[in-house]
Ligand binder design. Structure first.
Ligand SMILES: [Fe+2]
Ligand SMILES: [Fe+2]
Length: 293
């Protein structure tokens, strides 16, 4: 299972990768793939496999477009598809890279990879409706960047990828969905509903394994998260937060209260919030950007 996950991670063609990921998960669920947690696999060069396009640029170079125009919505769908493409890679990476975890850990991340592949397919199919394909617009590499930084530490990976970056997606999703709905793009809004529902599950899986590792090493989860966020330069958390989704995703009341304090402290100075409703564009790049510090 783990060496096949590495093989799919190396696949460069996004459509082939998405299909192979779904297939790998299906075979794992049928019990057709042995899982050998004790095995350490050597890292090949050139991870992850990805196509020549999209061109990867600095996140600050990516402009925002109005969602009222079809072109603006295509840019948004492309940005989201790129996040999902990276998310497939991140989940597959957790399967092959980290040895000595319980078998359920590998199955969980294969399930996540499979759902990310589904999200990628939904978004690229919708993108095709506007005459575009994945690769047509530039993108940034914030998600994979955090994957690289946490390559040697499964605890940091769980803390900073699902519990930080994917959790940002829970916050970012409702305003984006609302804007799509407002623009009359109900099909894209419906895709965002599927993604949000599944992403709660991904963050829940991240929380489960983060707590498991904290328990195993007798670490306090709150202090450990704060330490890892500093050590690995996690992006600064910014409200507004989706408390309901975060609660469903397994954050505890102390963590939610800390975010509520952050939210209150940030409400006044946040420039975006001084704009009247209807002129703000959601920042999809913040979902994955690690350059906010
Ligand atoms: Fe996703
Ligand atoms: Fe996800």
């Amino acid at each position: 299972m783990r060496s096949e996950a590495l093989g799919v991670l190396r696949e460069r063609d996004p459509v082939t990768k998405a299909v192979a990921t779904r297939d790998l998960h299906a075979r794992a669920c049928e019990g057709l793939l042995p899982c050998r947690p004790e095995r350490s696999l050597d890292e090949p060069a050139g991870l992850p496999g990805r196509p020549e396009r999209p061109e990867l640029v600095d996140p600050r170079g990516l402009g925002r477009r109005s969602m009222q125009s079809p072109q603006g919505r295509a840019v948004l769908l492309h940005a989201l598809a790129h996040i999902e493409f990276n998310a497939i890679n991140l989940a597959l990476d957790a399967v092959w890279r980290f040895a000595a975890m319980p078998a359920a850990f590998y199955l969980d991340w294969l399930k996540v990879a499979s759902e990310e592949a589904h999200h990628f397919s939904l978004l690229t199919a919708r993108l095709a409706d506007s005459g575009h394909v994945y690769g047509d617009f530039p993108a940034h590499d914030g998600l994979w960047d955090m994957c690289e930084r946490t390559r040697g530490d499964v605890l940091a990976r769980m803390a900073l990828v699902p519990r930080t970056l994917e959790a940002r997606g829970l916050d970012a999703s409702p305003p984006i969905r609302a804007r799509l709905q407002q623009a009359g793009d109900h099909e894209s809004a419906a895709i965002l509903d599927v993604i949000l529902r599944d992403e709660i599950g991904h963050v829940l899986i991240g929380n489960r394994w983060f707590r498991y590792l904290c328990d195993r090493e007798a670490l306090d989860p709150h202090a450990t998260y704060a330490r890892l966020a500093t050590q690995y330069h996690a992006p600064r958390l910014r409200g507004p937060f989706n408390f309901e989704a975060r609660r469903d995703a397994g954050f505890d009341e102390a963590e939610l209260a800390a975010l509520a304090g952050l939210d209150a402290g940030q409400a006044a100075p946040a420039a975006d919030q001084t704009k009247p409703e209807g002129t703000r564009e959601p920042d999809v790049t913040s979902t994955a950007s690690t350059s906010t510090r």
